[in-house]
Design a protein around this ligand. Structure first.
Ligand SMILES: [Zn+2]
Length: 475
């Protein structure tokens, strides 16, 4: 739940009846004019970075081209995908380990790819975990031939069981902000020759749809037309269609969150289970962000994006010893924090905290579409806490940059009229965008004469291309 008043049971007296109320009825109590005192709560973004919608790209059958073609394509845009492997097809384990090391999710697609994978739920997970090392282990599974196996075995071993098109089972192809009705039947839309999504416009149409609905779309791709696909020869997809989709996503990054299926699922489950209680004293605001999800499958420590009402002009946000990236916008301070990882303390100068007022309306990500300072690509997000130790300030950000030897004398970088950090003449070169805290918010490669590389929150950024760096201000 995004907005809650947990722990506060209001008892009010109306018409000589005593009503015991929980937060769900708070708005009724307000309408009746009762007076209550309650704690402000922090709002949790529907999706990471308070983006409006989420999209997950999943790839089945462990094609050689997933390593040689999909990996570099996603790297170009700084996005991560999910790769579902079939154990007995002996995929390129070291190649997929390389993708895992870059922050992609490796997942199960059974041992044998039989008609139904019942009986292979636990064993395929174990087998892949013996080959692939990644932070959360193997936490999602895609069913071969779209057939749902033993659901309870799925739920004992995975946080997501993926089917194919929801519309093939009388459901929608996209999910709403609350996710699937059954986590053992998470829909993903088939792409390619036999699928519904063939062109870039097909993909971007689905992403626009979930931006409108605050929902979540997943895509299911096998191999690519004209590439080395091994056993992934069903319904080949034009890789340029996905390239165009990722390019569009990057240009709309403030609205669409592209992340692996398991990471989006973790965020969603944590968001729905977490409470974020706020208290204030001595000019500091303390947020307790907690949930009690059992961590028998996944640790459920994916960072959630929060905002707290704040009328100061500066803020420092810390969780334990870690300094969190934060920004102030529109009367809120925004930051990402890990649930159950200790108190979050907001301190600052200026107006100080405003902990006594709060809206009873449920926040939506569209409430503040411009806020995305706490955004980061999933790779930088996963390194959030370690990178956050860099001292703030542009000079330290610049000093933290790795040395490059590529000549960038012809490169031009600027903020365009629409607030995009834009780079010219950087074809083939690595581009890195740092925020004012020195954390990486975007890594990509130059792909065209003129490239929009980042549209984030207002504030100062450093763009590094080759051996040159620019500081610039998104207004
Ligand atoms: Zn398959």
């Amino acid at each position: 739940m995004e907005l809650n008043y947990l722990g506060i049971i209001c008892t009010i007296n109306i018409f000589n009846k005593v009503w015991t109320m929980n937060y769900k009825y708070l708005s009724i109590a307000l309408a009746l004019g009762s007076t209550m005192v309650w704690a402000q709560t922090a709002e949790i973004g529907t999706w990471a970075g308070f983006r409006k919608g989420a999209a997950s790209f999943t790839f089945d059958d462990g094609a050689p081209s997933h390593v040689t073609d999909a990996g570099p394509m996603f790297k170009k845009y700084g996005y991560k995908a999910t790769f579902n492997l079939v154990v007995n097809w002996n995929p390129n384990w070291s190649g997929f380990q390389g993708l895992a090391d870059e922050g992609h999710e490796i997942a199960s697609h059974s041992n044998t790819h039989g008609q139904n994978m019942s009986g292979e739920e636990a064993s395929s997970k174990k087998a892949i975990e013996g080959k692939i090392k990644q932070k959360y282990g193997i936490i999602t599974v895609a069913y071969p031939n779209c057939n749902v196996p033993n659901e309870s075995a799925v739920k004992q071993n995975y946080i997501v069981g993926r089917i194919c098109n929801g519309s093939w089972k009388g459901m929608g192809d996209e999910m709403g902000k609350d996710g699937p009705s059954n986590w053992a039947q998470v829909p993903a839309t088939m792409t390619g020759a036999e699928g519904q999504l063939k062109s870039t416009n097909d993909f971007t149409g689905r992403m626009q749809k979930v931006i409108q609905s605050n929902g979540w779309a997943a895509f299911l791709t096998h191999g690519f037309q004209g590439k080395q696909n091994g056993n992934a020869n069903y319904s080949p997809t034009d890789i340029n269609a996905i390239d165009g989709a990722l390019k569009w996503a990057q240009q709309n990054d403030k609205d669409i969150w592209v992340a692996p299926m398991g990471h989006v699922a973790m965020y969603l489950k944590e968001r729905k289970a977490s409470k974020a209680e706020v208290s204030s004293s001595g000019g500091n605001i303390t947020v307790k962000l907690t949930h009690n999800i059992a961590d028998n499958i996944s640790k459920y420590d994916y960072p959630l994006s929060l905002r707290v009402k704040y009328d100061g002009s500066k803020a420092e946000v810390k969780q334990g010893d870690a300094k969190l990236e934060s920004k102030i916008d529109g009367g809120y301070v925004y930051f990402d924090a890990v649930p159950n990882a200790g108190d979050i303390v907001i301190s600052g100068e200026g107006g100080g905290p405003t902990p006594t007022s709060s809206s009873a309306t449920e926040p939506t990500s569209s409430a503040n579409p411009t806020s995305s300072a706490t955004e980061a690509s999933s790779s930088s997000r996963s390194h959030h806490r370690s990178s956050s130790s860099i001292e703030p300030g542009l000079s330290s950000a610049t000093e933290a940059l790795p040395m490059h030897t590529i000549d960038a004398s012809h490169v031009v970088a600027y903020v365009d009229n629409n607030g995009y950090i834009t780079v010219q003449n950087a074809q083939g070169m690595s581009i890195t965008v740092f925020n004012s805290l020195g954390s990486v918010v975007r890594t990509t490669k130059g792909i065209g004469m003129l490239q929009k590389v980042y549209s984030g929150a207002k504030g100062m950024y450093v763009v590094k291309v080759g051996n040159r760096a620019w500081s610039m201000n998104i207004k």
